[in-house]
Design a protein around this ligand. Sequence first.
Ligand SMILES: Cc1cc2nc3c(=O)[nH]c(=O)nc-3n(C[C@H](O)[C@H](O)[C@H](O)COP(=O)(O)O)c2cc1C
Length: 359
Amino acid sequence: MTALRDTLQGALVLAPMTKGSNLPYRRLCQELGARITMSEMTVARRLKQNRRSEFALIRRFPDERFFAVQLAGNNPDEMAWAAELVASRGADLVDVNLGCPIDYFTRRGLGAALAREPRRVRRIVEAMKKAVAVPVTVKIRLGWNDEHLNYLDVARAAVDGGADAITVHGRTRAARYKTSANWTAITEVAAALPAPVVGNGDLLFGHEVRDRLASSGCTAVMSARGTLIKPWLFREALEGDLDLSAEDRVALYRRYVELAKEHWGDDEHGLARIREFLLWHLGFWCRYAPPRADGTFPVMQQRETWTPRSPLEALLARADEPAHAFLADRLLTADAIEPADAPPPSAAREIDDDAAEAG
Ligand SMILES: Cc1cc2nc3c(=O)[nH]c(=O)nc-3n(C[C@H](O)[C@H](O)[C@H](O)COP(=O)(O)O)c2cc1C
């Protein structure tokens, strides 16, 4: 078996994302260069309850290169059982969610709440390591809030339990997306641990991926929102920054629809499901902003004001509901997208990353 460090070396990893890491989107990202993909958070207890919707999340597509499954749970036996289950269904790696900020889960002691208990984290990882031969990793934040930064403690506890790698999202639970990711802290973890570290936060351009890989000491880096806004970020990481034309972007969105039809079917039920996912994805796709004319770059944490270069680009940049409904319908049917036919704008749907993360 290849050591996990070799698999991770220099990679841009597709982050686990509720809704965003759907199977066809992972396929699209793989076609664009992703070589490590991850499921969205899957609740171990719900697998135990045999819930079909949860089983759908752990399904691997046949040629998925390296598929990690992320589990949420806080009981060592249950997590060991779930790890065994997902490994038997083709997962190449099992990750433990220690960062989910959502009240519903933290009140039940999962996600970011579990990360407040490093000793329990250690026991969970130990139990999972005993249960499976595939690597076991954890994904942490910096802590609950700025007064409780325990990232080194929890990362070390996980490694003591046998974790094969640690992903660090460089924000606290309280910060949600309000602050920029703290790459100084991520660098500190990479220097402190014997295990490979995957750094995560705010990567939006290929050059940022390469710069962070070079300067942080991380074995790999991970992107979530950057890959939702630009699924071609994987290609950028390999080949250099790309400023795709509106037509090229539409071609990628149409490819997503093809893959989605293969997955969900193109009967009435499948198309309704795909439309729902398209509307969701359009909320991120409209955030694309090209490199600036002066050679500098938009940054993840600020909304860029820029002038679209064509009517189609202007339509793709619209963040309002009528525009998204129009685009979703055109993408679904393969009809040409005529910007002149688009409905007038209504108030923009303000895209709130915190709400998106909640799924
Ligand atoms: C829509 C959405 C859903 C997410 N769902 C999960 C999840 O299921 N598990 C998880 O560990 N993190 C989840 N996250 C957090 C991301 O994996 C990542 O840690 C965070 O967004 C920071 O990376 P970024 O700055 O590249 O967006 C989610 C993020 C987003 C935007």
